[in-house]
Design a protein around this ligand. Structure first.
Ligand SMILES: [Zn+2]
Length: 359
């Protein structure tokens, strides 16, 4: 081997010494993650219905620009453009035989941008849901889901991703299948679920139930949390639900930049950079350690979030009322974490909102 090692070789050596994300978390109180992938790519000309992952091969300069947008805005970690790069979703575009290639390319482009950043930046290999309903409710078996996620994980690993980043999951079964795939690939992983249905995932999981599930896993994630969902307020209520369950793993908060609205034929998110800065500071006060945005979050939002996290001192854990005052109302009165779960949640409105324990 010559004096210059390839990025992949360097990456393997880093792997032997420890995990890049754990190492960074050990030296920092919080990390800024990235923002939207879809919203940014639509602004670059992606049409709805197109598979964004094909751009890893066909328009790599746009994917570099996507990643650089987050890094230049101050993100310590960004997700690869591989959210839908599993066999089930790529089949819709007749690209099911390109899983390894598209994931590898997505991670390689990420490695390039991260290694050129001049500071430590983590490449997180995005793994989204299969888009199928898993057994016993649906037809997708555990074995097949693990196989699909494993295939994707191997591509991301080959491209040099530091960590697998499972996101926008609704079903506990799918979360567990992705975890098993990460273990098969020998990769550390993080995993977030989307709490978009009155504070629960589409499959009915509460924040408290997710934290309990994560606590019992044989191959637990390095960090876990919530992404997407409804708005910034709901996301933070979910984070408070995690915190109350007393988890040991760091918590991830990746909320949308406000609420989606259909304007002039496209989806617009109404959250301003100032609102997302407020959200970022509150997310840290709630107890999240990896803080980013999801849909609608652009580099301007990230810059404002970074500036706020850098300049403002941590505060006490906010109450639900404080979150509502700062970021707007919740999408539902309750999120399923009230009481012991046996009885239907008590109705509560703005005035009668239950205040969460401090500390
Ligand atoms: Zn989103």
């Amino acid at each position: 081997m010559g004096l210059r090692q390839s990025g992949v070789t360097q990456h393997r050596e880093r792997h032997l010494m420890g995990n890049a994300l754990s190492d960074l978390l050990a030296t920092r109180d919080w990390l800024l993650a990235d923002g939207a992938t879809g919203t940014n790519l639509f602004n670059m000309g992606l049409s709805s219905g197109d598979a964004p992952e094909l751009w890893n091969a066909d328009a790599p300069e746009k994917i570099r620009a996507l990643y650089s947008g987050a890094v230049d805005a101050g993100s310590d970690l960004f997700l690869t453009n591989t959210f839908g790069a599993n066999a089930s979703r790529l089949k819709l575009h007749d690209a099911q035989d390109r899983v390894h290639e598209l994931n590898r390319l997505g991670a390689e482009l990420g490695r390039e941008v991260a290694d050129g950043a001049g500071r430590k930046v983590i490449v997180a290999g995005s793994v989204g849901p299969t888009g199928e309903i898993m057994a016993p409710m649906g037809a997708l078996t555990h074995e097949l889901a693990v196989e699909m996620f494993h295939e994707q994980a191997e591509g991301l690993k080959a491209g040099g991703a530091d960590v697998l980043w499972v996101e926008t999951i609704s079903a506990p079964e799918e979360y567990k299948a992705a975890a098993e795939a990460a273990t098969l690939a020998g990769m550390p992983w993080c995993g977030t679920m989307s709490f978009d249905t009155a504070g629960r995932t589409m499959m009915g999981l509460t924040s408290a139930a997710m934290a309990q599930m994560v606590g019992k896993m044989k191959s637990p994630p390095l960090a876990f949390g919530a992404n997407c969902g409804v708005g910034a307020s709901d996301l933070l209520r979910t984070v408070l639900g995690f915190v109350e369950a007393g988890p040991t793993a760091p918590i991830i908060a990746k909320g949308n930049a406000g609420i989606p609205k259909y304007v002039d034929g496209h989806i617009h998110y109404d959250g301003t950079p100032d609102l997302m800065a407020e959200y970022a500071v509150l997310a840290r006060d709630c107890g999240a350690r990896i803080i980013g945005g999801c849909c609608g979050t652009m580099p301007d939002h990230l810059r404002a979030m970074r500036a706020a996290l850098d300049s403002r001192a941590p505060g006490p854990r906010p109450t639900l009322d404080a979150i509502e005052t700062a970021l707007g109302g919740f999408s539902s009165a309750a999120d399923g974490t009230e009481g012991d779960g046996a009885a239907p949640p008590p109705r509560r409105g703005r005035a009668g909102g239950r205040r969460r324990r401090e500390g």
